[in-house]
Design a protein around this ligand. Sequence first.
Ligand code: S3P
Length: 432
Amino acid sequence: MSDLVIHGSRGLRGEITPPGDKSLSHRAVMFSSIAEGETQISGFLAGEDTLNTARAMRMLGVQIDDLGAGRFVVHGKGLRGLSEPAGVLDLGNSGTGMRLLAGLLAGQDFFSVLTGDQYLVKRPMGRIADPLRTMGAAIDGRTAGKFAPLAIRGAGKNIKAIDYRSPVASAQVKSAVLLCGLYAAGATSVSEPHKSRDHTERMLRFFGVDVREDGLKVSVQGNQALRAAGSLVIPADISSAAFFLVAATIVPGSDLIIRNVGINPTRTGILDVLTAMGADIILENRREQAGEPVADLRVRHRALRATEIKGDIIPRLIDEVPVLAVAAACAEGTTVIRDAEELRVKESDRIATMAAELRKLGADVRERPDGMEIAGTKRLRGNLCESHGDHRIAMSLAVAGLAAEGVTTVRDTEWIETSFPGFAAMLENAVH
Ligand code: S3P
């Protein structure tokens, strides 16, 4: 149990580089494990979620050397080189780890069991188990196979290619089906209602796989070998940068540079929304790394006005809604967030938890089934808040505390370790 005590700030200044992208780190260690040859990963996120994925890949027989400072060497076993794990694979708090790995394991010719912490075992797994069963894998779990622990007997050579229409815009569902599709004869495709993050598509291409896209439909032909591409450099996570983007925007006197941030267009909804609210964010030094666009971001304080967040943009900022709610609480006018019911099945029910905690800080928040309405307040007031076991709620509340009058204490902030080790120290160095 650790608490974070936040005092009102006079501005965030200087330069920071947030840790490596979580989505890319999970994929880098999984994909390089089934590639042929050796991959040197740098910028790997040494957070609990992604380290759990690395441990799971080791239990599947892959040699992974941790050289420290985010550098890993993965000795790929090839598409069919994984081996049956002797024990249960524990993915901790990570939905991405569990869902992507379930897709990969459904294509193997062995048995495996996936579990997680008290939060992950309550999150819906039917969304991946259903299509993977259609592809031929036998998957069981609690509550008629809908929740972890999940027991997976892979279908190996009998995996069937499918044309799957996902009812949700979810990169985790899309990725699980495509990864299993690598083991099928024929082409597997996934269509989704809105475009979700496309890191799997980009990184599979980086490993030489032919991935086709046609609008909202993505397809992959089975039995394609992944070729290790030598060096894979992971940029900083825009979802971690998001806390500093909002903090520097709402705290007067701020002028902050955030280096080396991944700006994949399927992830940059936060930049579009903050800019529409009046924020001053400049992208400098644009470049490309391992198939992903990257830039340095300069952000200065500005007064914000309310906005509406809905529709297609939601998957492009789904993980940033908690911190955007903080921005909305500090903006002039009423911000409406809709079409975001997916927030209810994240690490916590982020609509309920964020509404409850922001209210403790004096914000005027109304819950909607699919989002929230937040009326901007002149000044938030410091208070005692709870993380609800959710890293992004904890960090969002810390950001709110910087703009609040008095002292804000966020309880149980150890969850921050899942995605952003060193958050408190980075914040302390940036605030003045
Ligand atoms: C992720 C996809 C998103 C996101 C999660 C990471 C990924 O979830 O919320 O933090 O790496 O694929 P969904 O795909 O379930 O929307």
